[in-house]
Write a protein that binds this ligand. Structure first.
Ligand code: DGY
Length: 291
């Protein structure tokens, strides 16, 4: 076994040099597993186990072409990610980031009737783009906050009381738009200047999916011009870099990719990745192969 213990993501060169001759590779979403990595591993490699549900960091076709199985970690992180999405929705609509910054810089002058007013969730529409496991779980918690749910997805889904809509209608009618679709060539910059212009000026955008689904330059523009009320981001186009145009805006909450970051969930993700490897190496079917 060869365990990388660095505190930052393994460098490309180190990954390429250490993967040679391995039978299995357990990697993180920060590791790009593409044809050069697979070639560097050589014919011994049988399974690539991603410790994440999203697997846009892996060239699945290149793995398939070499007979290498790819696995991910669905289900075990669904609840943590759904809770976290609600944490972002509440935090941005109630302006917690702004309030916390005011208190820390000792600029708070005391309670006032109209100070840092936010938006109430009750009676509003939550628009969910991509209704997979996490989107479903987010939708399932909406009733607790009195929100109705609209969703845009390829297939109709079985979510009580939720209305399926086309993307444009969802963008135009939702008070909170939350992204839960996978990162694919079709979803890259799904949220761009045009789609931001379709949103209500009072609406909020939440992204816990993958950064490149949002054009960060366009979002910075929309937030600066107050074309939408606010945004909460857990993921970025070029992590860990964040578009500089976002950094000094008060109406965006910027979080460092923490949606699944609970001790319970990260432990379950690591366990599942290891179990997938053990299954494949012992000739059993993997527990959670990617589709
Ligand atoms: C995932 O698993 O894809 C998440 O982004 C991890 O937080």
């Amino acid at each position: 076994m060869d365990l990388y213990t660095g505190s930052e993501a393994i460098s490309r060169d180190e990954l390429l040099s250490r993967v040679e001759g391995k039978s299995a590779l357990i990697g993180l979403l920060t590791d790009t597993i593409d044809a050069p990595v697979l070639d560097a591993a050589g014919p011994s490699l049988r399974v690539v186990a991603n410790v994440a549900v999203g697997y846009n960091n892996i060239d699945v076709d290149a793995c398939r072409a070499r007979g290498i199985i790819v696995t991910n970690t669905p289900d075990v992180l669904t609840n943590a990610c759904a809770d976290f999405t609600w944490a972002l929705i509440l935090a941005v609509t109630r302006r917690l980031g702004e309030g916390e910054r005011v208190v820390r810089r000792q600029a708070w002058r005391g309670w006032a009737l109209d100070y840092l007013l936010g938006m109430e969730l009750r009676g509003k529409q939550l628009g969910i783009i991509g209704l997979g496991r996490i989107g479903h779980a987010v939708a399932g918690k909406a009733a607790a906050f009195g929100m109705r749910v609209a969703y845009s997805a390829k297939r109709p889904a079985d979510v009580a009381g939720a209305t399926q809509m086309g993307l444009d209608e969802l963008l135009a009618s939702s008070d909170v738009v939350s992204l839960h679709c996978p990162m694919t060539p079709e979803t890259k910059h799904l949220i761009d200047r045009k789609s931001l212009l379709k949103m209500k000026r009072t609406a909020y955008l939440i992204n816990t999916s993958r950064g490149p689904i949002v054009d960060e330059e366009a979002l910075a523009w929309a937030l600066r011009e107050r074309l939408i009320a606010g945004a909460a981001l857990d993921v970025y186009e070029h992590e860990p870099a964040v578009h500089t145009g976002l950094l000094d805006l008060e109406n965006v909450l910027l979080i460092p990719h923490l949606a699944s970051a609970t001790t319970e969930t990260r432990t379950a993700m690591a366990d599942l990745a290891a179990s997938n490897v053990l299954a494949v190496l012992s000739g059993e079917p993997p527990l959670t192969p990617v589709a």
